[in-house]
Design a protein around this ligand. Structure first.
Ligand code: GLN
Length: 547
């Protein structure tokens, strides 16, 4: 049966709870344990699928088609454990389940209350698959004291009482602010945060304290005394140059040892950190640099393309170069010639996106990359835009466009080279959609197989002709244009197994121009860079020697 680690946060948000959880997961794996990480989010949205990337950052999609919080991306990148639908839950989902049960009459006429009905629903969620792993790490989103978070805190308190003693551990992340004028590191906010936790019946076993620099022994002792933890369980989380240095840094601070001590696991298995040593070496000692432009819409918030930025970093690590990413607003190219803006880049990436805004700019970016022979990776919408560019400028379909934009504008302006898919096969069942379906959870979501053409560039890159990648989109490239586009030189080198849905396109007469309907970035790891990102950065590196 699993041991449970609950990770909470206090003082301020954005302290890196997700990263600390992911790094701890990696360290427990390095000691030979199996882990699973979960995120419990207090917000009332049923899932982040319909939340704006400006608000909430990227939506991370799992193999089984759940639209989840971007922290699940961190978990996967650090542990290599593929996240599942049952690894992410929000208050919205919990309440919606409870209300559904109430409507069905499952509660036999009882009055439905936060305790026990909502808290039971949360505990049931935490328990899913508890026999499968050695450690289950559950991160509670938000900060202690938030109104929405209370049922989660209450649920984990009850949960730890119901389990045998010593099976649950609480780790609390806080901030130690540094006051420059007095040269002091302040412990009071942490003391208050722990007091807040204790008032709802939770006592942390481990304190992880974010601070700019080292925490002197005096402050550690003070924290231990006032917050009732052992001095060795006060862990410093200093600012790092790269998130991939986190596992080694936390190990150096004794986090994994403190966790095993708290569970009274003795002797503790010795860790094998060689994977993370190699990762840290690659990130810290690049032998060159390449510049990549990401031409997108959500450029003000880097988290909107979190996995892409990480996958590019991984591609850089594989090629021993640092990838310098610049975010370029696609709308700029609707007013100005892309040439002066994109000239200095060694490669161009057009990511996924929704809605018409910025798409004409992305089409121009694709044209620039095609005609100037600059490496181009188009992801999802970035592939669709590359196909529209090819149709308009090479295959003679002057009005080529996507139905998505016509739907949005409420009129018909384009010849739909990209159309709204309403029926497809998932595993062995048929999925059907209507134009006026709900927005949430109705896209083609999750892992699907694709078959690659023997001898194509992508088959060579993947080293196989059978792949499985994650999807999140409503629209598809129409195969009725295939012959016309292939004649123009754009090969459909990856297709769904039934041959109906284009998965990959590549320009024949180009050093590296690939568009993919799926999201390869979601499966890249620092210790196993995704083949497409690895080769894309290799092409950028080659191009950097030419320009
Ligand atoms: N908006 C496009 C679609 O729904 C692309 C989605 C995406 O890029 N993830 O098909």
């Amino acid at each position: 049966m699993a041991r449970f680690i609950f990770i909470t946060g206090g003082v301020v948000s954005s302290l890196g709870k997700g990263l600390a959880s992911a790094a701890l997961g990696a360290l427990l794996q390095a000691r030979g344990y199996s882990v699973r990480l979960r995120k419990l989010d207090p917000y009332l949205n049923v899932d982040p699928g319909t939340m704006s990337p400006f608000e909430h950052g990227e939506v991370f999609v799992t193999d089984d088609g759940a639209e989840t919080d971007l922290d699940l991306g961190h978990y996967e990148r650090f542990t290599g454990v593929a996240a599942r639908r049952t690894d992410s839950v929000s208050s919205g989902r919990i309440y919606s389940n409870v209300l559904e049960k109430e409507r069905r009459g499952d509660y036999l006429g009882k009055t439905i209350q936060v305790i026990p009905h909502v808290t039971n629903e949360i505990k049931d969620f935490i328990r899913i698959g508890e026999d499968e792993v050695d450690f289950m790490l559950c991160e509670i989103g938000g900060t202690v004291g938030d109104i929405e978070g209370l049922p989660f805190f209450e649920a984990i308190r009850q949960f730890s009482q119901e389990k045998p003693r010593g099976q649950c551990l609480f780790m609390h992340l806080t901030l130690l602010p540094y006051i420059k004028a007095s040269g002091e590191l302040k412990t009071k906010p942490t003391q208050h945060s722990v007091k807040e936790l204790r008032s709802i019946g939770l006592a942390p076993d481990i304190l992880v304290c974010r601070s700019e620099g080292d925490i002197p022994q005096k402050e550690r002792d003070k924290l231990a005394l006032f917050c009732n933890v052992r001095p060795e369980a006060v862990i410093a989380a200093k600012d790092l140059k790269s998130i991939y240095a986190a596992p080694l840094a936390y190990h150096g601070e004794g986090l994994d040892q403190a966790v095993l001590d708290a569970f009274q696991i003795s002797p503790a298995p010795r860790p094998d950190l060689s994977v993370w040593e190699d990762v840290a070496d690659r990130i810290q000692n690049p032998e060159g640099e390449v510049n990549v432009a990401i031409v997108g819409k959500y450029t003000q918030l880097e988290d909107a393309y979190k996995s892409i930025a990480e996958a590019l970093t991984h591609g850089g690590m594989a090629n021993r170069v640092r990838v310098r990413v610049n975010w370029v607003d696609a709308e700029l190219f609707e007013r100005e010639d892309p040439a002066p803006h994109l000239a200095g880049y060694h490669a161009i990436l057009v990511p996924g996106g929704f809605g018409e805004r910025g798409t004409e700019g992305k089409i121009r970016a694709a044209e620039f990359a095609r005609t100037r022979k600059i490496p181009y990776l188009g992801i999802c919408l970035g592939m669709q835009m590359a196909v529209i560019e090819a149709a308009r400028n090479v295959a003679g379909v002057a009005q080529a466009g996507s139905e998505e934009f016509d739907h949005e504008a409420g009129k018909k302006r384009f010849e739909p080279v990209v159309y709204h898919l309403k029926e497809w096969v998932q595993g062995n069942h048929k999925v059907q959609r209507k134009a006026d379906d709900d927005k949430g959870g109705t896209m083609r979501l999750g892992a699907y197989d694709a078959v690659l053409t023997e001898g194509s560039k992508v088959a060579e890159i993947y080293g196989t002709t059978a792949i499985e990648e994650r999807h999140r989109h409503r629209y598809e490239v129409d195969i009725r244009y295939r012959d016309q586009l292939e004649e123009a030189g754009l090969s459909f080198s990856g297709m769904s197994p039934d041959g109906r849905l284009p998965e990959i396109v590549e320009w024949q007469d180009h050093p590296w121009f690939v568009g993919v309907q799926f999201h390869p970035e979601l499966k890249s790891k620092p210790f196993a860079p995704h083949p497409l990102f690895k080769d894309f950065v290799r092409a950028a590196k080659e191009n950097s020697r030419l320009v």
